[in-house]
Design a protein around this ligand. Structure first.
Ligand SMILES: C[S@@+](CC[C@H](N)C(=O)[O-])C[C@H]1O[C@@H](n2cnc3c(N)ncnc32)[C@H](O)[C@@H]1O
Length: 425
């Protein structure tokens, strides 16, 4: 049916869903409308913004009657338009229920059957959990957060979702002027320290000077680096932060991946451990292992553990963390996933964990996994679409889908992390 709505129209509707991207959704007058910051069950007066081929977006002008699942967003940044969180106005149990629904929908679409998916493992206290801070330059030497659906920037003194250490760091950074060459700043916090990476065209004397001043002036800021097209270079301080997760201490270099929520990282580790069921006679491969997060944990259960990772500083950190934790049965191979797997023979690997970037695995990697035929696989992913696609390929290659366990790593956003078990037929 053609929609009788037009851009600019003011109309009243009751929202019915939450959707990938974070907006609420409603089918209204023949059009599917995306309504940012809506809550299913809200009756709202909205202004239609865009409309094309039955799909459009609309902005809330007035909440006529609020959904019982609507809560007050307790964040000044969100009220100022920050795009970091999309669901602060949605009650936490409702967020979890919708994450589960959206995850099932994405998997079903690709797999062609509706899989059994466990409830999303929640955070006990979904506040002050983010250990990464990403800021963008406003062109005038100041830094802030990206505004939702726009290229403009919002400034504020507090982000309640960041670790307290990063909130303090942000307050020190937001009022300071940086050289115009710095385009972005990424910071990471641990229990005891923080690190900062400035994104710039090239290292310069001005950046070196700034790094030394920041190190002197900001308590706990112990590592300052610059990222250019040629990689990451330390400008001041130490090359690694350290963070404990569960019973292990991890070295984290400034340019390495690390799970952004330490509380739920432990939940993820426990789920992976339960699904892998490693025994002391087995060889376990942690593919895309980063700084050895799953590999070092698996070392306590397996006989031999091999971590494969393309980023050399992550591999170096993983090796040092093995020493720090007195682990002697791990090897870390600096290699692409496909090249690393090519060094192994069928029958040599009993269990394998995959935790690729958002784009998922290349076909060559999936084929290399199938050639080795580990009896079980744990696939960790933050993007259901690529996870489902790769699971479908592994099913074609002789695996059966086992437990599917989503974890809420990113509260107040539409993102969902999950671990999927696959078992050889
Ligand atoms: C999502 S992270 C997971 C890291 C680790 N499992 C963890 O939990 O900390 C993905 C990792 O894959 C690495 N990576 C990306 N492409 C790769 C490739 N083709 N071969 C090997 N490693 C790769 C990245 O450097 C990154 O460390």
């Amino acid at each position: 049916m053609e929609s009788d709505l037009a851009p600019g129209a003011l109309t009243e509707c009751t929202l019915t869903s939450l959707e990938y991207g974070g907006h609420a959704g409603v089918k209204h007058h023949g059009a599917m409308l995306a309504v940012p910051r809506g809550v299913p069950g809200d009756t709202v007066r909205v202004r239609v913004k865009k409309l094309r081929k039955g799909y459009g977006s609309a902005e809330i002008e007035e909440i006529v009657s609020a959904s019982p699942d609507r809560v007050e967003a307790d964040c000044p940044a969100f009220r100022a338009g920050c795009g970091g969180c999309q669901w602060l106005q949605v009650a936490y149990p409702t967020q979890l229920a919708w994450k589960q629904k959206m995850f099932v929908k994405a998997m079903t679409k690709v797999l062609g059957v509706r899989p059994d998916v466990r409830p999303v493992a929640p955070m006990r206290e979904p506040h002050a959990f983010r250990n990464k801070l990403s800021l963008v330059a406003d062109g005038q030497g100041r830094f802030g957060f990206m505004k939702e659906n726009s290229k403009s920037i919002v400034y504020f003194d507090q982000c309640p979702m960041e670790l307290p250490r990063l909130q303090r760091l942000y307050r020190k950074l937001v009022h300071r002027s940086f050289p115009a060459s710095v385009e972005q700043i990424h910071a990471r916090g641990t229990r005891t320290a923080s690190s900062l990476v400035m994104y710039a065209e090239k290292p310069s004397a001005a950046l070196h000077g700034l790094a030394r001043r920041l190190e002197r002036e900001i308590p706990g800021l112990s590592s300052i680096a610059v990222r250019t097209r040629n990689g990451v270079r330390l400008l001041a301080g130490i090359p690694f932060l350290t963070q404990r997760v569960g019973r292990l201490d991890f070295f984290i270099p400034p340019d390495s991946f690390f799970q952004t929520n330490y509380f739920q990282a432990l939940t993820l580790l426990e789920i992976a451990r339960r699904l892998l069921e490693l025994t002391s006679s087995e060889t376990f491969v942690d593919l895309y292992c980063g700084v050895g997060f799953f590999a070092l944990d698996g070392a306590a259960q397996a006989r031999r553990v091999i971590g494969i990772e393309g980023n050399r500083s992550s591999v170096e950190a993983a090796r040092l963390s093995a020493k720090l934790n007195k682990i002697t049965n791990t090897e870390f191979w600096p290699a692409s996933a496909a090249d690393g797997l090519a060094e192994l023979a069928p029958g040599e690997v009993d269990a394998l964990l995959l935790d690729p970037p958002r784009r998922g695995c290349d076909e060559s990697v999936l084929r290399a996994v199938a050639r080795l035929r580990p009896s079980r696989i744990a696939y960790v992913s933050c993007l259901p679409e690529t996870l489902a696609r790769d699971c479908a390929r592994l099913i074609d290659m002789g695996y059966l889908l086992g437990e599917i366990a989503p974890v809420d790593m990113f509260p107040h956003t539409y993102h969902t992390e999950a671990v999927v078990k696959l078992v050889a037929r």
